[in-house]
Design a protein around this ligand. Structure first.
Ligand code: DX5
Ligand code: ZN
Length: 245
């Protein structure tokens, strides 16, 4: 079951933010999540790592479930075999589940399963299916996957840590992915994840993503409400400037 209304809503507000929850101030997590709900950001991004596919270990479905929020829960699975984790994350309330193309053969099956899983927040809508690509992965893996995804997420860093440096090659990769999406004739969102800061918003805006994942930049100054406003204003302003140029 696809989630066309959610997808259309995200397209209409593009570029939107998916806020990386790992960067939150954990001692004030309840307050900061409430603040985020007052912003224009639509998604909360959960980075799930297994210590193998990506070097850190993080909480998975327990955290996704524990977080009560009106934001859409955007789950980024950086784990070797996503098949073992899909049902639990769906039951925990995922609205978007993204798996990595680099996991090899399980990726097609995983995308099929996500498409069939019910959305625990609202049984009337499905879960958006995302595929993520590391910066070094050839884009040729994408075309056969496009008929089964709602989101292509380009990582602008190597997975594992927040606060890394945005890789400039991301822009050209995004241009190529956009052409692939157009050729597919399907309605697919483009996302970019990692290394987004308050200082490189023009560079990120030039990528032209519908969804921008950002963690540390939203929380670094202590007030995530202000953080989201700064990031969205900068991103949308820079994009408009880019369109005029
Ligand atoms: C990397 C994750 C990213 C990253 C974002 O493994 O997928 O979501 O942590 O964090 P910032 O915005 O701090 O680079
Ligand atoms: Zn992520």
């Amino acid at each position: 079951m696809a989630a066309p209304r959610v997808l259309a809503g995200l397209r209409a507000t593009a570029p939107n933010l998916s806020v990386g929850v790992l960067a939150v101030n954990w001692l004030a997590v309840g307050r900061d999540l409430q603040k985020l709900e007052r912003t224009e950001a639509r998604l909360l991004h959960f980075d799930v790592m297994d210590g193998r596919f990506a070097p850190q270990l993080t909480l998975g479905p327990a955290l996704v479930k524990a977080v009560k929020t009106t934001l859409l829960k955007d789950v980024h699975l950086m784990i070797g075999n996503p098949l073992t984790a899909l049902e639990d994350h769906a039951a925990a309330g995922a609205d978007v589940i993204t798996v990595h193309a680099e996991v090899g053969w399980p990726v097609h099956r995983a995308l099929q399963v996500i498409g069939d899983l019910p959305n625990a927040n609202d049984p009337a809508r499905g879960i958006l299916r995302g595929v993520a690509l590391n910066p070094g992965t050839p884009l040729e893996v994408l075309p056969p996957l496009l008929e089964m995804v709602d989101l292509v997420m380009l990582l602008a860093i190597n997975p594992g840590w927040g606060g890394q440096q945005f890789l400039p090659a991301t822009r050209e990769r995004a241009d190529r992915v956009r052409r692939m999406i157009a050729a597919s004739g399907r309605e697919i969102l483009l996302g970019v994840d990692g290394g987004v800061t308050r200082r490189n918003l023009p560079e990120v805006a030039a990528v032209g993503a519908d969804l921008v994942v950002t963690g540390s930049a939203v929380f670094e100054a202590g007030d995530p409400e202000e953080g989201v406003a700064v990031m969205l204003t900068g991103l949308r302003g820079a994009r408009q400037e880019g369109m005029k140029a």
